[in-house]
Design a binder for this molecule. Structure first.
Ligand code: P6P
Length: 331
């Protein structure tokens, strides 16, 4: 029988490799895994609206049903509060960061940033969605401060995502490779299914909302035309976690460039682009805003957006060359 290695076992084994590890990060990762299992259960029920009720309405038990992304946000916060290893969180669903002030938590050394349910607009058409998270060591002392949350992506201690798709998978890295775990609902455990994921060297898939083509800059239009001339396949799910997961496993490039409608791009730097870039780089790929490494970008605000191009090194460097050449010509 194939040996099952659960997420908890894998985390503990990884902790044992680090003699200075105190177990706090391990505990945090296990709590994120717990939140993921509960969110997965709720997402899988979403299709049963008549039973569970729609957001804002009461369900069969008379409870007010929350929008799934609000529910996911509350679940992540609750699990992180219980962990005692997190002194503050920042998420897409909260305008400001949220200190966690319980006796144990307020002295904890980690902050967690997350998008609790990315792509939630796809829920009602049964398209896979996901949770994205990033973990940093706080830099301040005393009450947690904004600067603890808007650190450069290179300071990430760990990052990962959960994709709620045909199966629920948790993929994460603590800087020692990227590892994927598939949820076995029959035992309620995330089981190691993809150890040390490496992005394929070559890619023939480009992933962009080509409907925005008229709103792209000329250099991006030129690159999209190049992808079509190369007979690359266009795959776009419209859920970042799903598009990045496919890119990680099958190779290719995922990009959300600046457009005339979104001059800063659409995706958020600190809780979408930085964690995904951490994983892509750990798997041997590249991630930039077209000219600079994503993880070296300076964050000024919690909900700051950035253009992003991530995937195979070769494909990202090709689009960077298109951008560089266009800017040289433009002068
Ligand atoms: P568009 C989902 O709404 C999301 O935030 C990401 O998950 C996804 O990559 C992007 O927006 C899709 O945006 O403009 O192509 O629908």
């Amino acid at each position: 029988m194939h040996k099952i290695i659960t997420l908890d076992e894998f985390i503990i084994q990884a902790q044992r490799k680090n003699p200075y590890s105190t177990g706090e990060l391990s505990s945090l990762l296990r709590d994120i895994g717990l939140a993921a299992k509960i969110i997965s259960r709720e997402v899988n029920k979403a299709g049963l609206v008549d039973i569970v009720g729609q957001a804002g309405q009461e369900n069969a038990s008379g409870e007010v049903v929350q929008k799934l992304d609000v529910l996911a946000d509350n679940l992540m916060i609750s699990c992180l509060q219980n962990s005692g290893e997190c002194c503050g969180i920042a998420s897409e669903e909260n305008d400001h960061f949220v200190p966690i002030n319980s006796t144990h938590s307020k002295n904890a050394k980690y902050v967690v940033l997350f998008d609790p349910l990315d792509g939630s607009s796809n829920i009602d058409v049964n398209v896979s969605i996901g949770t994205i998270f990033a973990i940093y060591r706080r830099t301040s002392t005393g009450p947690v401060q904004l600067k603890d949350f808007i650190q450069s992506g290179v300071n990430q201690v760990a990052a990962g995502y959960v994709v709620y798709g045909s199966s629920t998978m948790l993929v994460y890295s603590t800087g020692d490779g990227v590892h994927g775990f598939t949820l076995d609902p029959s035992i309620g455990e995330f089981c190691l299914s993809h150890e040390n994921i490496r992005i394929p060297e070559k890619g023939k898939i480009y992933s962009v909302n080509q409907g925005n083509y008229p709103a792209f800059d000329e250099d991006i239009k030129a690159y999209v035309n190049y992808c079509m001339e190369q007979s690359h396949s266009l795959r776009y799910i419209g859920s970042m976690v799903s598009d990045v997961h496919r890119t990680l496993i099958k190779g290719g490039i995922f990009f959300y460039p600046a457009t005339t409608k979104a001059p800063e791009g659409k995706l958020r730097l600190i809780y979408e682009c930085n964690p995904m870039s951490f994983l892509i780089e750990q798997a041997g790929g590249k991630s930039s805003n077209g000219t600079e490494r994503i993880m070296e970008l300076k964050a000024e605000k919690l909900h700051q957006r950035t253009p992003i191009f991530l995937g195979n090194k070769e494909m990202v460097e090709t689009v960077e060359a298109f951008i560089r050449e266009h800017r040289t010509v433009e002068g």
